[in-house]
Design a protein around this ligand. Sequence first.
Ligand SMILES: CC(C)(COP(=O)(O)OP(=O)(O)OC[C@H]1O[C@@H](n2cnc3c(N)ncnc32)[C@H](O)[C@@H]1OP(=O)(O)O)[C@@H](O)C(=O)NCCC(=O)NCCS
Length: 176
Amino acid sequence: MPDSGVSSTVQQPRPGVTVARATVRDADAIHSMVNFWAARGDMLPRTLGETYENLRDFFVVREDGEAVACGALHITWADLAELKSLAVREDRQSAGYGSMIVRACVEEGRNLGLERLFALTYRPGFFERLGWEQVDVMTLPRKVWNECYRCPKFPGCNEIAMVIDLETAAVPAATN
Ligand SMILES: CC(C)(COP(=O)(O)OP(=O)(O)OC[C@H]1O[C@@H](n2cnc3c(N)ncnc32)[C@H](O)[C@@H]1OP(=O)(O)O)[C@@H](O)C(=O)NCCC(=O)NCCS
């Protein structure tokens, strides 16, 4: 099986930094990071209630115990899951944390037996660096549009669909 660059659920690129499953103690930080970027049009907003309801989908990167990046893997169907709500705190950009979350989700997807992950994003280049490929959004099942109806941009959204095939892709290993 290709190496995702993540060891089980916890990776430690430098002292004090971990990637792990979210707990209820991370909910406020996740809610705040997601809505910070949602207000800038980068992703869908979430209420705190939705954050708790979906908390088991989330991974977080913690610095000395504090969540500074998050992302969720939400199962869509037997063979497909969406990587969503990927957000890194504004003052922690380009520290490798977004990549850590993506790798954790890829490993989780493989452990769950999924075939493919997808993401809808305005940052295709970031995903391409991690082995994802751009696809025509119409090749994804209609079910992926479930949440689009509540997006302020609907139907004028120009997010790009990215996918990774978990059976064939070798995700570039972490460099930090
Ligand atoms: C996109 C995001 C998650 C990346 O997280 P990050 O922690 O900054 O990313 P990493 O540090 O792991 O990787 C950064 C690398 O990706 C590159 N990168 C980031 N966005 C990119 C883009 N659109 N195109 C090409 N490369 C990109 C950076 O240049 C950087 O490369 P470098 O290390 O050689 O300088 C973060 O910028 C973010 O929170 N953005 C706002 C929310 C958002 O758009 N989320 C994605 C929705 S799916």
